[in-house]
Design a protein around this ligand. Structure first.
Ligand code: HMG
Ligand code: MG
Length: 308
């Protein structure tokens, strides 16, 4: 299926950030045990993924699915050429992440006031003030920090979100020291036009090679939206194996685009990712087998994959 070279104007390679172990498993109704979380991450590593968001140092009362992230990170240890990252909402989370040995953290803000309050219990302005010392201290420890902006194409509570608000929050995160900013279409309502508009607007303040996309597939638009982002120059793409995921504070939102489906498109366009599709399908099969349902990946389904 691989073409010899990418189409004119497209890059030879892009970066995939696998968020399944965090975004995916945080939204499961049941709590997935640590051995299964580790088993999934090992399989993702075997598939060639080098940036994996493995957990979250958030309140276990709010998101019990992510409890044990410290132990998980410790058990994973360090791997050559691999960056394990985790969500960190505050200084307390940062201390725990550093103690566990996380190699990258992500702070997570939003472009919608109501979502910010529901998700992290503070306003957008307060969240930025809360993140500032977290970013400073993380950088002082040599940890790169990713900044998320949620609700970039719409909010589950407020509906429309102005592009200017996304630009403002993204720029604030970048200016405070985030090494990259990932734009989250939390509820998957965006279409290629909106994504292109966002990327163009945000890239005025954030270099395009530091801008990522984190697109949920609730409305079936994510693959088209990633293509729009790719054509606009984005080179960092978040995806979730087997299409796992959602956000506990975005009711009804489905998972990120399945990593398998993103990879299939990129490979078909001659764009390298360093990830092996068969091994990735096997990783998705492992986790969905443990969850007792088939993968949401179209590629995995087309290949006749069923849960173990
Ligand atoms: P708060 O209630 O404002 O803070 O929570 P608090 O300081 O008053 O603490 C409340 C409780 O949490 C206390 O415990 C603290 O000790 C504890 P209690 O006294 O009730 O027993 N606590 C913590 N425990 C462990 N680790 C910590 C920590 N901090 C406080 N770091 C907070 C603020 C942000 C902590 C809370 O609201 C929270 O944990 N929210 C969860 C947010 C979350 O994980 N959401 C899902 C991920 S975001 C997402 O999915 C979107 C994304 O994928 C992008 C996209 O799709 O758009 C990234
Ligand atoms: Mg998400």
């Amino acid at each position: 299926m691989k073409t010899a070279a990418p189409l004119a104007g497209l890059p030879a390679s892009v970066e995939i950030v696998e968020v399944g172990p965090r975004d995916g498993l945080q939204n499961e109704p049941g709590i997935v045990d640590l051995d299964t979380r580790l088993g999934l991450i090992e399989r993702l590593l075997a598939a060639g993924l080098r940036r994996i968001e493995v957990g979250a140092f958030v309140s276990p009362k709010r998101v019990p699915q992510m409890a044990g992230s410290g132990e998980l990170v410790k058990r994973l240890g360090r791997r050559e050429g691999v960056r394990f990252s985790a969500l960190v909402p505050n200084l307390r989370g940062l201390e725990a992440a550093i103690e566990a040995g996380v190699e990258e953290i992500a702070v997570f803000g939003a472009a919608s006031e109501t979502f910010s309050r529901r998700n992290i219990n503070c306003s957008i302005g307060e969240s930025l003030e809360r993140f500032r010392p977290v970013v400073e201290r993380a950088r002082a420890h040599g940890l790169p920090v990713r900044g998320y902006v949620s609700c970039v194409a719409g909010c589950p509570y407020e509906g429309e979100v102005p592009v200017a608000r996304v630009v403002e929050v993204g720029a604030a995160l970048f200016e405070m020291g985030c090494s990259e900013v990932s734009l989250g279409d939390t509820i998957g309502t965006g279409t290629p036009r909106r994504i292109a508009e966002l990327v163009r607007a945000c890239s005025a303040g954030i270099p395009i090679d530091r801008l990522g996309l984190h697109l949920h597939d609730t409305y079936g638009q994510a693959l088209a939206n990633y293509l729009a982002g790719l054509l606009c120059g984005v080179r960092i793409f978040d995806a979730s194996v087997a299409g796992l995921g959602g956000c506990p504070y975005a009711p009804g939102a489905s998972g990120n685009l399945a990593t398998e489906d993103l990879l299939y498109m990129l490979e078909g366009m001659g764009i390298a990712t360093g990830v092996d599709l068969d091994a990735l399908v096997a990783a998705g099969r492992f986790v969905t087998g443990a969850l007792g349902r088939p993968p949401a990946s179209r590629v995995a389904t087309a290949r006749g994959v069923t849960p173990d």
